[in-house]
Design a protein around this ligand. Structure first.
Ligand code: AGP
Length: 607
């Protein structure tokens, strides 16, 4: 989704703005723009990549110390130069960039048009600059007051950065339901929609809360609430450096992140076991919840994180015999879910900023459920909304296709489930063995990565295909869903996932000679059933790629990938790694832009 950068300091603003926008490219965008401000302001905008914008700029002659930059992902109005941000007021004295959606823009536009304001774009965002201009005039040219008045008129979500020729050494920011982080160093002050854009300049970061306005100057950052009351400012030292957000020799971030999984899992498990191998989950211990009267547990998320949720719910329901439901966040709110003070809701979100997931958190809180966030981003919105936050320490995930976030979510969901089962006095089957196996997982994933030549060869089968089918049962089903999603996202091969037993109830009609079927059978008690379903596809000429464990008899199948020895409950983790690689090599074989698949955004901050 859209990316925001802003700078004011002793250096020139342009280098920071451009590098920040490039860091945010992974979020997905279709146009880009920059405003630099001095006694007057200049705005450049281009449709397409940032390189198109750079062609318009004469970087050597841009000494301005203050500016804002934006990458836009169209929601209202087509991708075009006119609709790109920044948007300026009519006399080019105020310039704004905006992430989010202004829900009442039609009525505001009508009102402002009535006052003589002329709009030049089709966006909802442009109303913001004219509204601020109007409030600025009405508040005696006091920008802070103008902003306080304007934000109260805006319905919807916004992260805003504003510069003005009236105060050429300031950047103003405001936030509601769209992420915005601030940073400060001896050189000046910075803002961005994501900490990765700041890391080359500072690791002292402050995540703005909803309902806050910030005023950035070279020497400091001031924070206010929407009533203008000053608020304390405190920075958190961000644990990752700029290097960890760079590509580091790999041909894509996705490939790098696939290979980072052993370390990501190590990092996620660090500090989670005491000397006697007891699980440490203080976040759950300190939850204010009447465990003896807990009726149900919801796992709520979107996309890949939703697949992780299905895995988490299946494991927990089996172990604790409590009702566990996995629900896509985009549906949860509209189902009138049975959520009350006897409900625990676990929200899974890599970014912690997914609008649908945050909306689901709000509903759960309104209904007095206990809430846990499982996220990868320190200080993300979700972490500030839930009763407890548990982090996957996977490091920054830049590629749009989620990889290391998924496997670390699975790892942490196992830990969460173990702890919940303990709180419910349930005996988790093979608990000690699971803990031992969790600790061995980084090595298992390393060995899994050694299988990539085989996966690359099988990806060759998919490169010219229009469709592929992924099947699995029980804990292999979320793996099938995730494998299909990865393939669709980055290679554009249409892929569907089914419970293996469902195939014969319809989808088998689509199987014809050379159709690729990816079958996953790591769960022994249902593996033989999955074999039968695989045979049904073989009989119709399918090319079956079979992922299974180290010792299953697979002599009937030609293409067998054996997951390194791993406990059954954890086998979906290495299996997911293999399917990530299958998608990666297929996309590479097709020449796709792996890190920036069409139409997708890393952080989906609109509903
Ligand atoms: C993952 O490959 C996807 N790009 C997408 O499904 C993603 O998992 C989903 O949008 C949820 O994001 P979140 O984990 O940041 O909430």
């Amino acid at each position: 989704m859209c990316g925001i950068t802003g700078y004011t300091g002793s250096g020139s603003a342009l280098p920071f703005l451009l590098q920040g926008m490039k860091c945010l490219e992974y979020r997905g965008y279709d146009s880009a723009g920059i405003t630099l401000v001095d006694a007057s302001m200049t705005t450049w905008k281009a449709k397409g990549r940032i390189t198109e914008l750079e062609k318009m700029l004469d970087a050597e002659h841009c000494p301005e110390h203050t500016g804002i930059g934006h990458t836009r992902w169209a929601t209202h109005g087509v991708p075009s130069q006119l609709n790109a941000h920044p948007h300026n007021n009519m006399d080019d004295t105020i310039s704004i960039i905006h992430n989010g959606i202004i829900e009442n823009y039609v009525e505001l536009k009508r009102e402002l048009t009535g006052k003589g304001y002329v709009f030049s774009s089709q966006t909802d965002s442009e109303v913001v600059v004219h509204l601020i201009d109007d409030c600025f005039r009405e508040n005696g040219h006091d920008m802070l007051k103008a902003l306080e008045t304007a934000v109260k008129r805006l319905q919807g979500s916004f992260a805003l950065c504003i510069v003005t020729t009236y105060e050429k050494d300031k950047v103003y920011c405001a936030k509601k339901e769209s992420p915005l982080v601030l940073g400060h160093s001896a050189e000046g002050s910075f803002c961005a929609s994501d900490p990765t854009a700041l890391l080359a300049y500072t690791r002292e970061i402050l995540a703005m809360e909803d309902g806050q306005i910030a005023v950035l100057t070279r020497d400091r950052i001031e924070l206010y609430d929407f009533e203008g009351n000053p608020l304390p400012v405190s920075f958190v030292h961000y644990p990752y450096d700029a290097e960890s957000a760079q590509q580091g020799g790999y041909d894509s971030f996705m490939r790098k992140e696939i290979h980072e999984q052993p370390d990501a899992i190590r990092g996620t498990l660090r500090g989670r076991f005491d000397a006697e191998d007891h699980l440490i989950m203080d976040e759950i211990e300190s939850l204010n919840l009447d465990w003896d009267h807990l009726h149900r547990v919801y796992f709520i998320a979107c996309g890949t994180a939703y697949h992780a949720s299905i895995y988490g719910r299946t494991l927990l329901q089996r172990a604790a015999h409590i009702s566990c439901i996995a629900e896509p966040a985009s549906e949860f709110r509209y189902e009138d879910p049975i959520v009350d003070e006897h409900t625990l809701c676990i929200f899974v979100s890599q970014s912690g900023e997914t609008a649908d997931t945050l909306a689901a958190v709000r509903l759960a809180r309104e209904r007095h459920a206990a809430t846990i966030a499982l996220t990868n981003v320190l200080g993300s919105s979700i972490s500030r909304m839930c009763d407890a936050t548990i982090y996957t320490c996977a490091g920054p995930e830049i590629a749009v296709a989620s990889t290391k976030a998924y496997t670390t979510q699975l790892v942490m969901l196992v830990c969460i489930d173990l702890k919940i089962a303990e709180k419910l006095h349930a005996v988790f089957p093979e608990e000690e063995k699971i803990i031992r196996s969790l600790k061995e997982l980084p090595q298992i994933v390393e060995k899994t990565l050694d299988l990539e030549a085989q996966i690359e060869e099988y990806a060759g089968l998919l490169v010219d295909q229009h469709d592929a089918y992924f099947i699995g049962r029980q804990l292999d089903y979320p793996t099938a869903l995730e494998g299909a999603l990865k393939l669709k996202e980055i290679s554009y091969v249409h892929a569907d996932a089914y419970y293996a037993g469902e195939l014969k109830h319809g989808p088998i009609a689509l199987i014809e000679p050379d159709t690729v079927v990816v079958a996953i059978a790591t769960q022994k008690d249902v593996a033989s059933k999955t074999f039968s379903n695989m045979q049904e596809t073989l009989a119709r000429g399918a090319n079956v790629i079979f992922l299974t464990d180290a010792d299953t008899d697979a002599r009937d199948f030609r293409r067998v990938v054996r997951i390194p020895a791993c406990m059954e409950a954890l086998a979906p983790i290495p299996a997911a790694v293999l399917l990530q690689e299958l998608a990666y090599f297929t996309a590479k074989g097709k020449g796709c832009d792996i890190d920036k698949p069409r139409n997708l955004a890393k952080s989906v901050t609109v509903e």
